[in-house]
Ligand binder design. Structure first.
Ligand code: ADP
Length: 388
């Protein structure tokens, strides 16, 4: 069967895409990524069969979107595509995926300053496809949607009230991943999926957590932007605003420079001075104190957020680890959970070492799980549900 759904996840540094054949669930036949390498060349990596990388002889001045759509149009798989699902990092108050219309596009352009590194790329991709292939049905899936159920106190930022009217509040991100994890939890028959207290940990290059009560997000660590919350690979996570003011005075650091530092030079790379990659830091930690401290800070802060979210939830029934670090690193999971016995979290080290689907011990009152996330499949499912 030929693919009919294309998913596109356009980010600041790459465009990820996947082709799906229809069905329940839709099945993926090709997954790929287009990104610039250190030399500024555009490299395409297709990862479903074996990994192949193709450098593109790019004409100067062509945008990544144009290169991507030019390439797409030459693919056999693209010829049968009828619907395209896009991940949009921000959707303000929107709670559900939506069909792309001119009104939606205009609105997304208007809110671009809320996610300046992502939304312009994402709208560019949608508009290019609309112009060149008006027959395609396009669907926008919002990373913020999952968290719109949060109560007012979780959304309110303690700055002058007038800014709230301008949309400055906590939105939360990684929503497609969290929606997928909750669907998986339900599929696995965990009662906490619909009735109970769950903490979802999406620990990848970007890292965040979500507190879920009775299937609804009630709190999340990312806020107005994805820079806040946990320590991440290159982002600070929560940071005292006094640091911005101090660096402005003493280092003449301007807003743009501060934004760059907080988003691209901080977190694991900032502390370790060597790598933003958890795997590399774990290899280095025994010989390099900077790597050891970066890993320790990551685990310490993750533990702190779990404690804080457990207080919000009034206890905990299920703890889910996901994302590249959460799914694969037993040692990071162990360190995060060390000392959480008072909450009822007890890992079975044998299961944890294997990254088994359930990593808690039989006498743990909290069910700790590893669930590989799949944001692309969540987009494909949303597209299928909205267009069937
Ligand atoms: P992104 O947020 O870009 O999608 P991923 O979810 O792929 O990122 O996570 C990437 C992170 O996962 C990197 O820090 C990488 O080192 C880490 N990671 C992947 N596999 C392992 C592993 N076996 N042990 C520790 N960290 C791992």
């Amino acid at each position: 069967m030929k693919p009919t759904i294309l998913t596109i996840n356009g980010g600041s540094s790459s465009i990820k895409f996947a082709f799906y054949r229809p069905g329940e669930p839709p099945t993926r036949c090709v997954f790929g990524k287009m990104a610039r390498n250190g030399l500024g060349e555009i490299i395409l990596t297709l990862t479903d069969e074996e990994e192949v990388s193709v450098p593109f002889p790019v004409a100067l001045g062509k945008s990544a979107t144009t290169v991507f759509v030019d390439w797409l149009e030459k693919q056999d798989n693209f010829q049968s595509v009828q619907t395209v699902g896009h991940r949009l990092v921000h959707g303000m108050e929107r709670t559900e995926p939506e069909l792309v219309t001119q009104d939606l596009l205009d609105d997304i352009r208007r809110i671009s300053p809320f996610a300046p590194e992502h939304l312009p790329v994402e709208t560019d991709l949608i508009e290019t496809l609309r112009k060149r292939h008006p027959e395609l049905v396009q669907v926008a899936c919002f990373d913020t949607a999952f968290h719109q159920s949060m109560p007012r106190m979780a959304k309110l930022l303690p700055i002058p009230r007038r800014f709230e009217a301008k949309g400055i509040r906590r939105y939360g991100f990684h929503g497609l991943s969290y929606a997928y994890l909750m669907e998986e939890l339900a599929r696995l028959g965990d009662p906490a999926a619909t009735k109970g207290r769950v903490i979802l940990c999406h620990l990848g290059n970007g890292a965040s957590m979500s507190a879920v009560r009775d299937g609804q997000s009630v709190e999340t660590s990312m806020g107005f932007s994805p820079t806040s919350g946990l320590v991440m690979s290159t982002r600070t996570g929560d940071l005292d605003p006094g640091v911005a003011a101090y660096l402005g005075h003493t280092e003449s650091m301007n807003t743009k420079e501060f934004y760059h530092m907080a988003n691209h030079e901080s977190g694991l790379i900032g502390i370790s001075e060597t790598s933003s990659d958890m795997r590399k830091l774990l290899k280095l930690e025994s010989s390099d104190i900077r790597a050891a401290e970066a890993v320790e800070l990551f685990c310490y802060q993750a533990k702190k957020w779990i404690g804080s979210f457990s207080a919000v939830l009034g206890g905990l029934d299920a703890l889910v680890f996901s994302g590249g670090i959460g799914e694969n690193s037993a040692i990071v999971r162990t360190r995060i959970c060390e000392g959480l016995g008072f909450l009822g979290v007890k890992l079975d080290e044998n299961r944890n070492t294997k990254s088994a689907p359930i990593i808690s011990s039989v006498d743990s009152s909290v069910m700790a799980r590893v669930i590989p996330t799949d944001e692309e499949l969540m987009i494909a499912r949303s597209v299928a549900r909205l267009t069937q």
